[in-house]
Structures are given as C-alpha cells and as structure tokens.
Ligand binder design. Structure first.
Ligand SMILES: Cc1ncc(COP(=O)(O)O)c(C=O)c1O
Length: 362
C-alpha cells in the first residue's frame, strides 16, 4: 500500500540500489574476505594534511558550517583563475547536478545525454519528470553530431560526462565547441568532469577554452575521486554567475558540510601531494589496460580511474563469477563491466581472477 500521493514520476522510479560492499559480497559468497573495485573510489586515504585538517575541525561540528562555503569558493576561484561568483559548491557533484535539474527543468522538458553514461542522469530526469533523450555511443564514445541533432526547442540541458562513466572515453574541447556552435544559447551544456584529474592526454579546458565564449557551458568537478574525499561530499560548479545564482537557490541549507569544506580547502593546499597519488593511479591504470590488451581483451583507451570491458551479453555472468572469487566489479547488463583502479596488489588480483574466469572465453 502506498501512503500519501507521491508524484507519478517518483512513484514510477526504481529505488536506488547502491553497489555491493566488499563485506556483503564476502558474506554472500562465503568468503573470508573480498575487495571492491566497483564505485570508482580512490583506493588511497586522503593525503596527511587533509586528514589532519579534518581531525582538527571535528570539534567544531556542533555548529553549522558556512552555507555558502565562502572561503572554499574563493580558494577555488583563485586556484582555477576565475571570478568567485562563477563558482558554486554542492553536496558532491551529484548534488550540483540535481540542483541543475531542479533549477532548470519543468516536467516534460528534454534533457539530452549520450548513453551509456553516468546513472545519476536518468535518476535526476525522473525526479524532475524530464524527458530523457539518450544518444547511443559509437565505438564506446560520444557521437556529438548525434547529440547536436537530438537537441530540440524543448531541450533545456545537454549533459556530457568527460571522461565518460562507464566507458572512460573522452572528447576534446574542439569537438565540444562544434557541438556548442549547433546548440541554442539558452540550452545549458553541462560538462561533468568528475574524472578530469586522471586525464593524461591534451583535451583542452572547457573553463578557459569554452566558457569565455559560451556562457551556457557549465563545468562540474568533484573532490570525491582524485582527491579521495568521496565520503565527505564536495562538488563544485564553474558557470556563468546567473547559473550559479539559480543553483544556489535550490541548494539544501548547509549541504556542503563543515568537514567537507575544511577538507576541500586542505586538498587545494595539498595539490602537489595529491598529484603524486593521481600519478600512481594513472600509471596503474595504464598498466592494467596494457595487461588486459596483452591478454587479448579489446577495450577503449581509459582516461579515468577505471577500465571498461565491453563484454556485451556475458557481462553479468562474468561479473558474478569474478565476485564469487572475492572481487566486486560493476556490471552493466548487456554492455560491459567497469573495474575501478585499485592498489597494484588489488589490480593484480583482479587480473588473475579475470584470467581464471574468462581467460578462455574472450
Ligand atoms: C560522471 C560522474 N559524475 C559525477 C559523479 C559524482 O561524484 P560526487 O561524489 O562528486 O557526487 C560520479 C561518481 O561516480 C560520476 O561518475
């Protein structure tokens, strides 16, 4: 029985199912232990200056934090060399994404995004009763011509994850620029750069290469992945001040909590140390890609902190077998398996398990 009258679009939604934890997988399969490479988390704890700053600030949490995260916005502006009024902060970049939908979407408005991509996009579309217009990937990557063609007079948002989750593929700013040339100025083009810091080829920078000319470009970034702060929840948007103003109206009070702000400020100050961690992860990623290719797997170039094995119909079964051997990975039924880059030992374990369960079947 349903109590109350939920909005039809929400009632029709499936409940969010977070990925399985390592402990749950171990219990389910009767294993002594398991490990998780399924949520694109950083396997390393935050660097020491961040941890120290959080520990020191823990005694202050009887007070609300600064709702506007003023110091953090200023520090981000300084860091990115943009004006502070161009920065918005949110409860993770998923928080900002939801704010964008809440601020811009009326029921029936269209949101265009390539697919498969980040699973929050259809969720936010459903919450706001948007019409989601998905554009199939071609060769595991975006077909930006098709994205441009999918835009209609009802389109309010175009969302591009760059690098894309789950494929790890990227598009260059010059291709995003060609898309922008074909999209009306009142359509926001969101470039979700959650994994930007892991990109090791020249892609250009939407913040500097596109935003001065195209005020409708919104860039989303996060401290969750490269900076290892997934559990604290800070995301930021770089956008036209008028967009930031709308986002701020729908920001839940104090959603960027005090410890998240303190940690993010410390992360900016510790950028050099963090870059070293990122370097370790991208080196490992490239090693894993090379190992998979030399084992005969076909996979796209990986530019985030995960790799994508397009296994089609075998994805679910193979993921289950991998999990039964203690490695939780993320299946996308019918499409592929996404594996987060862990520590070298974790990655070796994954490679060994994969070779055992699927080596003969690739
Ligand atoms: C493409 C993409 N954007 C945004 C996020 C969300 O990150 P955050 O932790 O900042 O909410 C993720 C997380 O998986 C992601 O894959």
């Amino acid at each position: 029985m349903t109590v109350g009258r939920p909005r039809a679009s929400v009632a029709a939604m499936a409940s969010y199912r977070p990925g399985k934890s390592a402990t749950q997988a171990a219990d389910e399969h009767g294993l002594v232990e398991a490990m998780k490479l399924a949520s694109n988390e950083n396997p390393y704890p935050p660097v020491l200056p961040i941890v120290e700053a959080v520990v020191e600030a823990a005694g202050d949490v009887n007070r609300y934090g600064d709702h506007r995260a003023t110091a953090l916005r200023a520090a981000l502006a300084d860091w990115l060399k943009v004006d502070a009024e161009r920065i918005g902060c949110g409860c993770g970049s998923v928080g900002l994404l939801q704010q964008l939908f809440l601020a811009y979407i009326d029921p029936g408005d269209e949101v265009v995004y390539p697919w498969p991509s980040f699973e929050a996009y259809p969720v936010d579309a459903a919450i706001t009763a948007a019409t989601a217009v998905t554009v199939p990937l071609v060769d595991q990557t975006f077909d930006l011509d098709a994205v441009a063609e999918a835009v209609t007079a009802r389109t309010k948002l175009v969302v591009l994850a760059n690098p894309n989750n789950p494929t790890g593929t990227v598009v260059h700013v010059r291709d995003v620029r060609s898309l922008l040339e074909r999209v009306p100025e009142d359509v926001l083009v969101v470039v979700d750069e959650a994994y930007r810091e892991f990109v090791t080829i020249d892609l250009g920078y939407p913040i500097h290469d596109l935003q001065p000319q195209y005020p409708n470009v919104v860039v989303l970034r996060t401290f969750s992945k490269a900076y290892g702060l997934a559990g604290l929840r800070t995301g930021y948007a770089v956008a036209d001040p008028s967009v930031v103003g709308q986002l701020d109206k729908v920001l839940i009070p104090f959603a960027v909590n005090h410890l998240a702000q303190v940690a993010s400020l410390a992360a900016i100050a510790a950028d050099v140390e963090v870059r070293e961690v990122i370097g370790r992860l991208t080196t490992e990623r490239d090693r894993v890609v090379a190992a998979l290719r030399s084992d005969g797997w076909g996979l796209p170039d990986a530019m985030a902190n995960f790799v994508w094995l397009p296994m089609g119909d075998r994805s679910e079964a193979i993921s289950r077998e991998i999990e039964q051997r203690g490695v939780v990975v993320r299946p996308f039924p019918g499409l592929g398996i996404r594996i987060t880059i862990g520590t070298p030992a974790e990655n070796d374990r994954f490679l060994a398990v994969l070779a055992k369960v699927a080596g003969a079947r690739r």
